[in-house]
Design a protein around this ligand. Sequence first.
Ligand code: F6P
Length: 324
Amino acid sequence: IKKIAVLTSGGDAPGMNAAIRAVVRACTYYRIDCIGVYRGYEGLIEGDFKDMSARDVSNTINKGGTILKSARSQEFRTEEGREKAYKQLKDAGIGALVVIGGDGTFTGAMKLIEEFNFPVVGIPGTIDNDIYGTDNTIGYDTALNTVVEVIDKIRDTASSHNRLFFIEVMGRDAGFIALNTGIGAGAEEILIPEKDLGIDKLEESLDASREKGKSSSIVVVSEGDKIGKNVFELADYIKEKYPFYDIRVSVLGHMQRGGSPSCYDRVLASRLGVAAVEALLDRSTGVMVGVTNNQVTTVGLNKAIKMNHDINRELLKVAEITSV
Ligand code: F6P
């Protein structure tokens, strides 16, 4: 392999730049050319490429977002789109590809491998942490810290006004952000898609906290939770049953994806960027590099996208015990 391309796709995540930087610099270190692909698979189809040298990624390790930009490409879902992308790769003399993203990104990568036998290695980059084969995805730690910081601020106003806050956090179908920030920010209840708490349990919990004399409460709701149709409807329902509660809803939204990456995410991204280039040089393909028990590991992309991450029962218990 003489030339490796790198792209970021799907939702951006803090630390993606640190991963791009590590890929570019590992290429320089191993004397391989590196190409940056703009806008994920969209830019791959259009040949939106840029030669990347070690200096092109200076001053990026601390930046949120992705300097290569990202997209969710519809055209790449079609065979014609992928044909075009493959042709662009061949015409540019690219021998292998590193994709940084989540399950959608890896699904696209598997198609390139299946249809054209083109070598691809994946790096997990998403705030959701919904990828199997790595303890953490790049961006997850930063998002946790951002969310905890914001909930702390909301707690100040919740306690000043004796209010009940429903705070919706991201995570798509996964409750990792909700469960961990709920514990970290001292939430009364945490609603996650993996465990159907049911409205009764929430009501019990609210009754109990009133009896215990708690004057304000925070309920963290994962966006994928199915207890109510959405967090506003859930809040309306509770308001009807408990008219004495002064209820507010706060949807944290895309702020959770922004900001400077934490040191943890920078180190993780640097390790995985180097590991991805080394994996390709070792002729690996169809794998994702991850860090498990502090060791760099690889797992098949097909496994990585099957989030069979069981929710951690111990964490659920800690959440229950620490909110009595
Ligand atoms: O996958 C990251 C994520 O932020 C999810 O948590 C969320 O459900 C989704 O992306 C939002 O996507 P978009 O930025 O397209 O609105």
